[in-house]
Design a protein around this ligand. Structure first.
Ligand SMILES: [Zn+2]
Length: 442
């Protein structure tokens, strides 16, 4: 390996990618494509590694580390920025160690879920942004935010990004004179692509995404929308049916038809309820679709602070229905109805009492004792209302009259609520006595 330190090392321009910097360097070096690859990465084929280079150790040596350490280059200058926040703890540690020791690593294969249809093999740019860059720096650059998975839209200019699949052996920079990609999309569809792109861009510089909270917030949101209910187990088909009707699904179908194969699978169910790591783009698409109708800022902020989006119910439960073995609705209902008490039903269903209470409210059914109790409550209210109405209509009514005219109510109260009846009648006696006393004085 020949290590010839570079004499002139240009600084990063804005959020340009490592490939963008290399392509500019290629112009400064003035040699042929393969030579630049050898100088920068000790690999003549380095021009093909437009997403991220395997040989960052060599770059570090020839630049004397003046571009920053390997970790910061990976996370600030390559699409690894999109994957790192989603890595599991042990993967994160592996990543950090490899970066710290300048270990040659096929970064995208190892940490980027490269085999997936979700990782495009294209480079994207916005002609308006490119024009601005030429004005500022006399050359266009590849912006990292535009290379992130799901970034199909320029957030700044509100237009679709141009796309290019590098084919020739060259260090290419974005074209300026080219017109922008044409897409006929409704306002709603454009908005969802814009928000998805903004969300993708917001991952740059993030250390970790809280997937547990994201999952919880998504489930709560889907529950609010009625896509899932506490009465039934979560259905993969219901989730798919909901998603295909969103603006985001329609927009992605236009902009990336190959994703149809992914959308045809029960991917939402897998993402939310299976213990497996999933592609960042799946999480982002799901989030944007679920929070459709919310502002760009709120969608992005919510993704980074998912707990803030949860509206906790007064009983402190956000997503009850993940907790249970809630079987099919009919069976659950039969168990609840035939149970003696709420506690009984909860024990049989292996869920909390709070869950049963909510279920009772939503499914309008209750255990035997609860039903008896609620009938009793209703009867009590009726009986009291009947007597109160009589007293109101006839202020001088006597106890005997109440016994006669509200026979049913009085007899029910004397059986079930004798104390209540006694205190009610005591008021009457008092009133009558007072009246009596007044009459006597005359
Ligand atoms: Zn732009």
């Amino acid at each position: 390996m020949s290590i010839k330190p570079l004499h002139l090392i240009p600084d990063w321009r804005g959020d340009e990618t490592l490939y963008s910097w290399s392509a500019r360097m290629h112009r400064l070096l003035g040699g042929v494509t393969k030579e630049t690859g050898k100088r920068l990465f000790d690999a003549s084929h380095a021009y093909k590694e437009w997403a991220v280079s395997t040989r960052l150790d060599h770059l570090e040596l020839v630049t004397g580390g003046s571009l920053g350490n390997i970790r910061s280059i990976l996370l600030q200058r390559t699409v690894l920025a999109a994957y790192y926040p989603f890595l599991r703890a042990e993967q994160r540690q592996d990543f950090d160690e490899r970066a710290a020791t300048a270990q040659r690593t096929p970064w995208l294969t190892r940490f980027g879920m490269r085999a997936s249809t979700l990782d495009g093999s294209e480079m994207r740019w916005c002609p308006c942004c490119a024009e601005e860059d030429v004005g500022d720096w006399c050359a266009a650059r590849w912006r990292l935010s535009h290379q992130m998975p799901g970034a199909w839209w320029c957030v700044e200019h509100g237009m679709p990004l141009n796309r290019l699949t590098p084919g020739r052996a060259e260090w290419i920079l974005p074209g300026v004179s080219e017109s922008s990609a044409q897409l006929r999309l409704t306002v709603g569809l454009r908005q969802s692509l814009l928000i998805l792109s903004a969300l993708a861009g917001s991952l740059v510089g993030q250390e970790q995404i809280n997937l547990v909270s994201i999952k919880r917030a998504l489930l709560a949101r889907l529950r609010d929308m009625g896509v899932v209910t506490s009465m039934k187990p979560v259905s993969p088909a219901d989730l798919q049916d909901w998603f295909v009707k969103t603006d985001l699904a329609a927009a992605v179908e236009q902009v990336q038809p190959s994703f149809q194969t992914i959308f045809a699978r029960p991917w939402i169910y897998e993402t939310l309820l299976k213990r497996r790591s999933n592609h960042p783009l799946l999480w982002m698409m799901l989030w944007v679709a679920a929070f459709e109708g919310t502002s760009q800022q709120e969608v992005v902020r919510g993704f980074h602070e998912p707990d803030a989006t949860l509206i906790w119910q007064e009983d402190g439960q956000g997503v009850l229905w993940v907790e249970g073995n809630f079987q099919g609705d009919d069976r659950v209902q039969a168990i609840v109805r035939s149970a003696e008490t709420i506690r009984d039903a909860a024990r049989q269903l292996n869920v909390s009492i709070i869950t049963v209470r909510r279920y009772m409210r939503e499914a309008q059914c209750a255990p035997k004792l609860v039903r008896a109790e609620s009938r009793r409550q209703a009867r009590k209210v009726d009986a009291l209302a009947e007597i109160a109405a009589l007293i109101q209509n006839k202020p001088d009514v006597s106890k005997t009259e109440i016994h006669l005219r509200c026979k049913g109510a009085v007899s029910w109260l004397s059986k079930w609520e004798p104390e209540l009846l006694a205190s009610l009648l005591a008021q009457i006696s008092e009133k009558r006595e007072k009246q009596f006393g007044f009459e006597l004085r005359i």
